[in-house]
Design a protein around this ligand. Structure first.
Ligand SMILES: Nc1ncnc2c1ncn2[C@@H]1O[C@H](COP(=O)(O)OP(=O)(O)O)[C@@H](O)[C@H]1O
Ligand SMILES: [Mg+2]
Length: 261
């Protein structure tokens, strides 16, 4: 049996007196797709930072691909939360994708034939061939976001972490990125942790949901977690989940009271 792609036992993160979340135990197999949901400030991005080795746990343990988490593992791909790159960023679109290849992390100047083919393939798949030679800073937010997805996939990660990667994308590109992640990660046996504000764009791919709110959380299938009773208990206020034409509409959801991105 192979090691789980990720395994947390009794994990907690505290900042001073504030417990962001605690007692998180979850194991994710390769090929599984976990959607991480919850209001702003609930600790979703921090959950990814723990898996990236950028945030220390206050309690419990976290393993990634059978080993304790550590920074800079090339087996872990990461699509960061969207931010617009500076206009002067001295990279072409193609370079940004190439940064996702392992050799580049060590500053090796060469790109093998195979690596070049992989980059071309990914540029095609995110529809970025036309702007592959342009400086990244002049590209739109959506175009940059598609390149970040391609970058994260370039090294064939065993675990792919995505922080609201569909943010600032129109519906067609949301679908394209989701399909790409499906083909290039899930179908190749990688596990995916996908932080998203909205479950509907990915709902058909989701195996399990991790829902954070008010310092508490729930883990389970979509059917188990996305229910009025479960979310009302989590939020400690009435929340109604309505199914409408295959979409889930969550009513009464509110933020944690801290506003930031
Ligand atoms: N290093 C830190 N020190 C203190 N507070 C932090 C730190 N990192 C994150 N936080 C706080 O933790 C909360 C959760 O942040 P985050 O994980 O980004 O939430 P989400 O991604 O769900 O919106 C926020 O209130 C944020 O201010
Ligand atoms: Mg976040």
């Amino acid at each position: 049996m192979t090691d789980p792609a990720l395994q947390l036992e009794g994990a907690a993160v505290r900042f001073g007196a504030r417990t962001l979340w605690s007692d998180v135990s979850i194991s994710l197999e390769r090929g599984e797709f976990l959607a991480v949901l919850g209001p702003n400030g609930a600790g979703k991005s921090t959950f990814l930072k723990v898996l990236l080795g950028l945030q220390r746990l206050s309690a419990g343990t976290a393993q990634v691909l059978g080993k304790p988490v550590r920074r800079g593992s090339h087996r872990v791909g990461y699509i960061p939360q969207h931010h617009q790159l500076e206009l002067e960023t001295p990279l072409r679109a193609r370079d940004l994708v190439a940064l996702g290849l392992e050799g580049h992390k060590y500053g090796l100047p060469w790109v093998s034939h195979k690596a070049r083919a992989r980059i071309d393939d990914l540029l095609d798949q995110v529809g970025a061939r036309d702007y592959a030679q342009r400086p990244v800073g002049v590209l739109s937010g959506g175009e940059q976001q598609r390149l970040r997805a391609a970058q994260a996939l370039a090294g064939n990660p065993g675990l792919l972490l995505c922080d609201e990667p569909l943010h600032s994308l129109d519906l067609n590109h949301q679908r394209a990125i989701t399909e790409l992640i499906r083909r290039q990660a899930v179908d190749r046996g990688a596990a995916v942790v996908f932080v998203t504000h909205e479950i509907n764009p990915v709902i058909e791919h989701v195996d399990r949901v991790l829902y954070f709110a008010r310092g508490a959380h729930r883990v389970g299938t979509v059917q188990e977690v996305m229910r009025s009773e479960v979310l009302s208990e989590l939020y400690q206020s009435p929340v109604e989940v309505i199914e409408h034409k295959g979409r889930l509409v969550v009513m009464g959801e509110h933020s944690e009271g801290t506003h930031h991105d």
